[in-house]
Design a protein around this ligand. Sequence first.
Ligand code: HEM
Length: 163
Amino acid sequence: MIGDITAGDWLMLIVRWIHAIGAVVWVGGSFFFAFVLRPVERSYPELVRPLIRSIGPVYRDLVDTSVISIIVSGLILMFDRLTGNDASPAWFIVFGVKLALAIWMFYLVWRFRQSDFDPAHAPTGVSARMSWLIGYNAIVFVGVIVFLLASLMRVLYEVTIAA
Ligand code: HEM
């Protein structure tokens, strides 16, 4: 019954919701950038490059807000699990991998900012393939894996509390 949900549970629900929305906005935004804007830019560079330059600062603020909400809510979720005594060794292993990938994603954003990417001088050849690893494609790729690991953590937690 909905009346059985405690104030603490409601709070954790809000935190989980913020975490999930932050993740959806960040990975979804990167998806749009990598698989819609960039391909269209390749076909119509003169048309799309000025648009990407205008979108840049707004998109950057959106990513900053998402990353901050993901980190703050993620840490709260982590402490909730750690103090609940229901985190199994398997949960910890998956969580460790998820955390490492999340840190890589944060690093990618930081690296991307440092490189001051200018689409007019986009890398080619080997450096283009390298930039795949540090660009939005990588954030999308790692992001969807992190989503999968988060679902696995949820299942592992439910299996532990049902046992
Ligand atoms: C500081 C980094 C992070 C920490 C400490 C963290 C921690 C957590 C924890 C403890 C959970 C709950 C898992 C469970 O149900 O047992 C969770 C769920 C989740 N995390 Fe993270 N996370 C982080 C970063 C990320 C990132 C970067 C993404 C994706 C871009 C992400 C996506 C998710 C999703 C989708 C869920 C499931 C939420 C739900 O159940 O509705 N997390 N996270």
